[in-house]
Write a protein that binds this ligand. Structure first.
Ligand SMILES: [Zn+2]
Length: 497
């Protein structure tokens, strides 16, 4: 969770008319499009600003410059070298990469933690450049326009949804905005994905990198899925549903086959350059792994946010889900939870004002509470939903030490579930507190570091690691979860506190 409540505004403007013919830079064919190149650039620019509001860039100029340099080198070899290309590393633990029309490409520090080399990174970036050069975003916007969705909304949500999913939003109770968007916005098609792979392979070979590095990234995603399934099995839960990224993308075998074929085709570009493993590990040294201090840290059942000076503890057996705009403490059955949201200042000054403006209740009553010395107001009442239905609403508004307000929403599948979980929700609410000295010392971010593989292997490294399931996680970030040996003395990534 970050400081202020922001949200991707659903743009309602539609570009007029039903499109013009634009020549696709990759195929050379004319296609009907709602976006000319100029519009692609201007819509991309607007969407870029929205993305940065939602996902701030990583504050690491050296790494940004490094990623930009690799991106520019690849883009120069593309069919649209004329575009002004922008490459951004986002400060997000999500495993994601995406692109916007007009030449905007993003990778998260989350996906970067799982890559092994500069060539792997180039593989991801090359694929995303391919989506831009082949105008996949513009094609999607054209389809969306026919469906009556704003072009900007389609552009932003579409792009973000391309890769979102690993450990992601599917698990949430509401996830309202995302689910709504997912319902509207079609993903890239399989053909587009294969085309992006093909283009990426082409760009890699043109800068003397082996196109087969693109396969490593597919394996990163595949192994995440395997890990999630193994974890679920160990905890006696059903295997999680396939994440949206893998579901929307062609099978790895199919992509592997395509890329291998292309690699053979570009063989003339060989001998390939060194894959830049040492350089890559050096660049990743000190980059946050998992949540960063700015996003707040989840440690066991506790959540700490130093900047906001708040901490909270989940009841036994409940989970904390920390997202950009909200924090949810959820029960094991995933059907009830307490959701913490920062209240934007414009919602009001007093608790009563905030409740009136944010909830718009039809009826209800308030009661003053004190949470570890912080003033709070609990409200129970009813409100009319957007589709005109009367529904129950229950929340607590609390003011932090810096004067900012938070709402804690009581969420459950139905009234009976709420009743069954009320005691734990109340327990979570009562744990809301300013950071104590103990909280502060527990709130240390995790950082990536390079070390030489010890004799005792991952088991030895796991013993001193702050990570849960450390051995598995360390194998994941070093690309050997599904098997493979790393020789003693080889530089590898570890996570330190
Ligand atoms: Zn793609």
């Amino acid at each position: 969770m970050r400081h202020a409540l922001t949200s991707l505004a659903l743009a309602t403007t539609l570009l007029a008319g039903c499109g013009t013919n634009v020549v696709n830079p990759v195929t050379g064919q004319a296609e009907r499009s709602v976006m000319s190149e100029a519009q692609e650039i201007s819509e991309g620019k607007k969407a870029h600003e929205e993305v940065l509001k939602e996902y701030p860039p990583l504050n690491n100029p050296k790494l940004q410059a490094y990623v930009n340099e690799i991106g520019q080198r690849l883009a120069k070899q593309s069919q649209r070298a004329n575009l002004v290309w922008t490459f951004t590393v986002l400060d997000s633990p999500e495993i994601n990469a995406f692109a916007l029309p007009g030449g905007y490409v993003y990778v998260t520090r989350g996906i970067m933690a799982y890559m092994e080399s500069e060539a792997d990174l180039a593989g991801v970036i090359g694929h995303e450049i391919g989506h831009v050069t082949a105008r996949h975003g513009a094609q999607r916007a054209t389809r969306q326009q026919t469906a009556g969705i704003g072009v900007l909304a389609a552009t932003v949500f579409g792009a973000i949804l391309e890769a979102k999913g690993v450990g992601g939003a599917g698990e949430m109770i509401g996830g309202v905005a995302q689910n709504a968007a997912a319902g509207y916005v079609a993903k890239y098609g399989r053909e587009q994905e294969l085309q992006a792979d093909g283009l990426g392979a082409e760009y890699l070979s043109r800068v003397q990198l082996d196109p087969r590095n693109m396969i490593d990234v597919i394996n990163v995603l595949k192994n995440q899925e395997r890990f999630a399934a193994d974890l679920a099995k160990a905890e006696g839960r059903p295997a999680p549903a396939q994440n949206s990224w893998l579901a929307s993308h062609p099978s790895n075998d199919q992509r592997l086959e395509t890329i291998t074929k292309l690699a053979a085709q570009y063989k003339s570009a060989a001998p390939y350059q060194d894959e830049g493993r040492a350089r890559y590990l050096q660049m990743m040294e000190g980059v946050a792994f998992g949540e960063s201090a700015d996003q707040g840290l989840t440690r066991g059942r506790n959540f700490y946010h130093q900047g906001l000076n708040i901490a909270l503890t989940a009841p036994q057996g409940w989970k904390i889900i920390n997202e950009a705009e909200q924090l949810t403490v959820m029960n094991a059955g995933r059907d009830a939870g307490l959701r913490l949201l920062p209240v934007p200042p414009k919602a009001g000054k007093t608790h009563e004002e905030i409740i009136r403006n944010a909830v718009k209740p039809d009826s209800g009553r308030s009661e003053a509470r004190s949470l570890n010395g912080l003033n709070a107001t609990h409200f129970v009442g009813t409100q009319t939903s957007q589709n005109g239905q009367r529904q129950n609403i229950e929340l607590t508004v609390v003011t932090g030490t810096d004067g900012s307000n938070y709402a804690m929403m009581y969420l459950a599948k139905d009234a009976a579930t709420l009743q069954n979980n009320r005691a734990q929700m109340l327990e979570a609410e009562r744990s809301f507190r300013p950071m104590s000295a103990a909280d502060k010392s527990a709130a240390k971010p995790w950082l990536l570091k390079t070390t030489a593989m010890p004799r005792g292997g991952f088991a030895e490294l796991a013993r001193s690691s702050p990570l849960a399931n450390a051995e598995q996680q360390l194998k994941l970030i070093n690309g050997v979860y599904a098997g493979g040996e790393i020789k003693v003395g080889t530089p590898i990534k570890i996570v330190v506190q």
